[in-house]
Design a protein around this ligand. Sequence first.
Ligand SMILES: [Zn+2]
Length: 495
Amino acid sequence: MAAKSIQEEPAIAPEVRAKYEAVIGLEVHVQLLTNTKIFCACSARFGDPPNTNVCPVCLGLPGTLPVLNKRAVELAMRASLALNCTVHEHSRFARKNYFYPDLPKGYQISQYELPLATNGRLDIEVHGTKKRIGITRLHLEEDAAKNLHEGFSESATKSYVDYNRCGTPLSEIVSEPDIRTSEEAHAYLTTLRQIMLYTGVSDVNMEEGSLRCDANVSVRPRGSEKFGTKVEVKNLNSFRFLQKALEFEIERHIHVLESGGRLVQETRLWHQNENCTVAMRSKEKAHDYRYFPEPDLLPVHVSAAWRDEVLGSLPELPEAKRSRFVAAYGVTLYDAGVLTTSEALADYFESTVKSGAPAKAAANWIQTELLRRLNDSGKEITASPISPAALGELLKLIESGKLTAAVAKKVFATMFDTGRSPADIVAAENIGAQVDDSAIEAAARDIIAKNPDNVAKFKSGNEGVFKFFVGQVMKATRGQANPQAVNEIVRKLLS
Ligand SMILES: [Zn+2]
């Protein structure tokens, strides 16, 4: 296999690589979160037994007529407006003709020359640097069925088709060729995915295929305005594969150009097991889709009132939320980024702060203790056994000096395991405030009496020994004394 030998060539020297610049555009397919398919009333649910969600319309039987699902248009509008696109008053469906077993009608209904929305933008951030990526267009289309090549008794000689997916609504989002590195591509897809989640447009699950990505890649000498020969890479069904496939293609292009060869415009598939891309079809064999307007559907009309209504229903988007968190709560941009990963997590943080907890402490505890325990137990933030109010209560106990951070972590663990309130745990297990000053003083006197050598060292100016006494008192009080009080009492007794 030719591609294989290329992969085994030594890596390109950094100075050679620096002579070139990659030009990348992404085409992302997002499955819209409707209950039913785009042109019929069949369920669009994922994971049902094969060929159970089908009807004459989505099976493409003669004499049937498609009826456009209004909710699909509305969700595509939400996506368009969140991506700052212009939503057009008039758009139109067309027939994209090709022949394949997963397409029973012999054509796919898709928006072509008049898409729903155009001319948007998405701001990404890589290593702290912001960059704006243009969105060329966002259009609606129906999905094809799914060919199954494995897992059946006669899979060796036959292919199987599941028509459940046939006719589920998709939005195709096409970027401008503004992306220059695989990292930027990764950031673009991550940011886009987050916006789709926030707006409720899609569940963007790559494993279930509700987010799919193809990439157009070319390479040109740095500084050149002219585009190099473009290759389309398909089958990028994870964020990691997207980045690896782009890296592979960029290096392959540079190799060919450096060795005086010529690139061919073609479609290539990413092979995850071999870590390389392989040619699928060249430009000469490319489909001629013979597009023409779909005669069975009226043009799509979006009134200004409908568009404004959808715009007004959009939630605060991730980027705006991050800026607000930094300004309103004094958290770092990094913390704000983590806390706005999902709307649910952002809401959790804000509720914790509203219950009276200090914002920075809330940000820290959520990012470390809470997210780690949720992750370990495979729970989502929405299923957290600790409510924002309960976490707020715990953080207030720390702030007032009633609990040390070490003890609070133990209380937190019990809260997580049992769902009990911090006050309840502190009272029931006799911790925290129960170590009063007289108990600290008794422990401190005992330790001072038993360590005359260290007392002498301290009195001769060895300040380091002070820590020894504090540590011993903390140990004697099982870590439950207020460290501030221990410090004060030990110093008073030693001086
Ligand atoms: Zn159907």
